[in-house]
Every structure is written in C-alpha cells, then in structure tokens.
Design a protein around this ligand. Structure first.
Ligand SMILES: *[C@@H]1O[C@H](CO)[C@@H](O)[C@H](O)[C@H]1NC(C)=O
Ligand SMILES: *[C@@H]1O[C@H](CO)[C@@H](O)[C@H](O)[C@H]1NC(C)=O
Ligand SMILES: *[C@@H]1O[C@H](CO)[C@@H](O)[C@H](O)[C@H]1NC(C)=O
Ligand SMILES: *[C@@H]1O[C@H](CO)[C@@H](O)[C@H](O)[C@H]1NC(C)=O
Ligand SMILES: *[C@@H]1O[C@H](CO)[C@@H](O)[C@H](O)[C@H]1NC(C)=O
Ligand SMILES: *[C@@H]1O[C@H](CO)[C@@H](O)[C@H](O)[C@H]1NC(C)=O
Ligand SMILES: *[C@@H]1O[C@H](CO)[C@@H](O)[C@H](O)[C@H]1NC(C)=O
Ligand SMILES: *[C@@H]1O[C@H](CO)[C@@H](O)[C@H](O)[C@H]1NC(C)=O
Length: 298
C-alpha cells in the first residue's frame, strides 16, 4: 500500500507546450505531484504558459520519465569590463539543489568558460565534499579564434563530477594586465547542455552568447524519486514504482533510486498500470501514455 500522491482526474498533464508526466504535477497541495516534483505553470508576458520547478525557480523545457531527466534553462554568469570605472564586474549566478531530488547530469553537461583573460571556478554548494573544478580561457586577438572549437582559445570546457547538486561561479583574471578588454567586453561561465553548445568567435566580440533566452542556457538535471537505495526503498510506504512490470533502479548520479518499466514494456512506471507492453503500442497508433491519461480521466 502506498500513501503517496497519484496523478488523478483533476490533474492537468500539460503546461503550454510541455508535457508534465507523473511524478511531476502542476500546483502545490493539489495531490498531482510527489513532493519536490511540483510544477508552477506560469503565464509569461506574451501570454504563453511556461512551467517552472517549484523547488528552485528555473524554467522547464522538457521532462523525461524513462531517462529520469529534466531539461531546464539556467542563468549565465557574467564578468564584464566597466569602461568608466576600468574594473571588472561579476554577476555570478548560483543554483543549489541540495535537499531536493535533482543533480546535474555529469553525462550531458559541461562547465563552459568564454573569454580572453578569464579563469572561473565552480564551487560545490550544499555538500561537505567541497569539489571544485576550474577552466581558463585566453586569447590574443579575435583572429586567433576558431568556431566550434572549445579547447582553451577563447573557450574552455571541463567535465563536472558525479552527484553534483549545487554550484556557484567565481571569476578571476588570468593576467594582471590585459588588452583583451578592448575587443572582449564580457566573459561568461555556465554549466550547459553539451549537445546544444557550440562556440562562436562572436561570443568574444559581442554579447550574443547572453542575448538569447534572457541570458539562460539549457541544462540537464537527473532526478531520483527517493533518496534511499532500491533495497531500502522497497519496504517504505513511499515506494514509488507502482506499475506492474516496473522495476527499481539505483541512480548512477549520487544516492537514490528511480523506476523504469521492465524489458518489453514502456510508459510510466510511477502510475498504476503505467507500463504497457510495447507490442500494444505498435498495433495501436494512440501511444501507451495516451492510454494511461484517458484511463484516469474516465
Ligand atoms: C529505462 O529503460 C529503457 C529501456 O530499456 C532504457 O533505455 C533506459 O535507459 C532506462 N532508464 C534508466 C534511467 O535506467
Ligand atoms: C560602470 O560603473 C559606473 C560607476 O559605478 C556605473 O554607473 C555604470 O552603470 C557601470 N556600467 C555598466 C555597464 O555596468
Ligand atoms: C596588477 O599589477 C600591479 C602592478 O604590478 C599591481 O599594483 C596590482 O595590484 C595588480 N592587480 C591585481 C588585480 O593583481
Ligand atoms: C597592450 O597594448 C599596448 C599597445 O599595443 C602594448 O604596448 C602593451 O605591451 C600591451 N600590453 C600587454 C600586457 O599585452
Ligand atoms: C563564426 O561564426 C560567426 C557567426 O556565424 C561569424 O560571424 C564569425 O565570422 C565566424 N568566425 C570565424 C572565425 O569563422
Ligand atoms: C545578460 O542577459 C540578461 C537577461 O537579458 C541581462 O539582464 C544581463 O544584463 C545580460 N548581461 C550581459 C553582460 O549582457
Ligand atoms: C532523504 O529524504 C528524506 C525525506 O524527503 C529527508 O528527510 C532526508 O533529509 C533525505 N536525506 C538525504 C541524505 O538527503
Ligand atoms: C542498489 O545499491 C545498493 C547499495 O550500493 C546495492 O546493495 C544494491 O544491490 C543495488 N540494487 C540494485 C537493484 O541495483
């Protein structure tokens, strides 16, 4: 028997263009989501509805149940030269998911630093292990830069560790005196989705890198449905793998577990009867997930 919430008849499963599958759900205290998976569906200035994680105010681009991931937009940290004060000004953004089920995907994200005289550190927040990684980007002139190449000239990238739940950037100059501020107004640091990032030389000479999506970039989070191991979770009232033909999987990115449909089945393992035989959806053009939704709406 489980005491946890279950996606019910009154629960909307879309916010704007984004699907919101259980254990995610829209609203607080609506019983539509498991705790920490609540989504705020907010009307934006142009009238379009967009989903945001309730635990941290970041916009959600998409949610994957089978891969236990959520893509969000996170802010770019900036380090700019002020021509009147002749000093560098940093706006360092931090994101802290400690005491929540989200971790940065070490497989799908990288630490990126863009600039000509910039060293950026990433500090692990909310953890006793103060893991830090750094990256230095340097360049002599814009002519020396190569589009699509991020190996130190104007752009530096580094892996992020497993289990990372929070970060904060700190910027430093690589050189004490640099002429690069003449052609490079700002340096940037961000944790970004590897697949959608590509360096361009005009990120050095213009503010284009920061000009899209209100200065935000896609970032991939892994989530767990509970922080215990499978063996411990199975005996807990909150055990979330409700569907027949579902199984528990230990997270590979920090402690905790998630659920998946077993081999030959697909759908949503968190819903009762959410995992459907793959052969059914092959015969039926309505996908197995649509089936689940209409089942609960009837
Ligand atoms: C869930 O199962 C699918 C299909 O077998 C697999 O592709 C996917 O990687 C699994 N997800 C996790 C988080 O293990
Ligand atoms: C530069 O510094 C001056 C003085 O502190 C401030 O008024 C101005 O807004 C700054 N400019 C930028 C672009 O941050
Ligand atoms: C840069 O070098 C000058 C002269 O060597 C020194 O006075 C200044 O403190 C240095 N600035 C920084 C930020 O290290
Ligand atoms: C900066 O540029 C000036 C003029 O081109 C040059 O004399 C000076 O050596 C340069 N400084 C550095 C640190 O590169
Ligand atoms: C890189 O691409 C940008 C944008 O398309 C272009 O403006 C720039 O000239 C290119 N730089 C190089 C070095 O090819
Ligand atoms: C980056 O974009 C944000 C959002 O539009 C803006 O507030 C910020 O001033 C920009 N920073 C720079 C250095 O362009
Ligand atoms: C695990 O989850 C429980 C319930 O949400 C929470 O009280 C506890 O602090 C969590 N433990 C860790 C190590 O995050
Ligand atoms: C989950 O992890 C625990 C502790 O590392 C291990 O004992 C157990 O065998 C794992 N279970 C599964 C289903 O992988």
């Amino acid at each position: 028997a489980s005491t946890s919430a279950q996606s019910g008849p009154g629960c909307k499963t879309q916010c704007g263009d984004v699907d919101i599958p259980y254990p995610f759900g829209i609203g607080i205290g609506t019983g539509c989501a498991i705790r920490d998976f609540e989504i705020i569906c907010r009307r934006t200035a142009n009238g379009i509805y967009k989903p945001f994680l309730f635990v941290r105010n970041v916009e959600v681009l998409s949610i994957s149940v089978p891969f236990s991931q959520v893509r969000v937009l996170s802010d770019i940290s900036t380090y700019c030269y002020n021509t009147s004060t002749r000093s560098m000004v940093q706006k360092a953004w931090s994101l802290d998911f400690s005491r929540s089920p989200y971790r940065f995907s070490y497989l799908h994200n990288k630490l990126i630093v863009i600039g000509c005289n910039t060293l950026a550190y990433i500090n692990n927040l909310g953890s006793t292990a103060k893991y830090t990684t750094a990256c230095a980007a340097v360049c002599e002139s814009p002519a020396a830069l190569t589009n699509g190449s991020c190996v130190g000239a104007g752009c530096c990238q580094n892996d992020i560790p497993k289990g990372l739940r929070g970060y904060m950037f700190t910027f430093y100059d690589v050189y004490n005196n640099s002429n690069s501020t003449l052609f490079n107004p700002c340096s940037y640091a961000a944790m970004v989705e590897t697949e959608t990032f590509s360096f361009s030389s005009d990120f050095i000479t213009t503010t284009r890198f920061n000009d899209t999506d209100d200065g935000r970039k896609p970032l991939v989070l892994d989530w767990v449905v509970g922080n215990a191991t499978c063996e411990v979770a199975r005996d807990m009232p909150s055990y979330a793998c409700h569907s027949r033909n579902s199984m528990c999987v230990n997270s590979t990115n920090g402690q905790g577990y998630l659920c998946n449909c077993t081999d030959g089945y697909e759908g949503n393992p968190y819903l009762f009867d959410g995992c459907r035989g793959k052969f059914i959806s092959l015969l039926d053009p309505c996908s197995s997930l649509d089936h689940v939704q209409s089942f609960y709406e009837e």
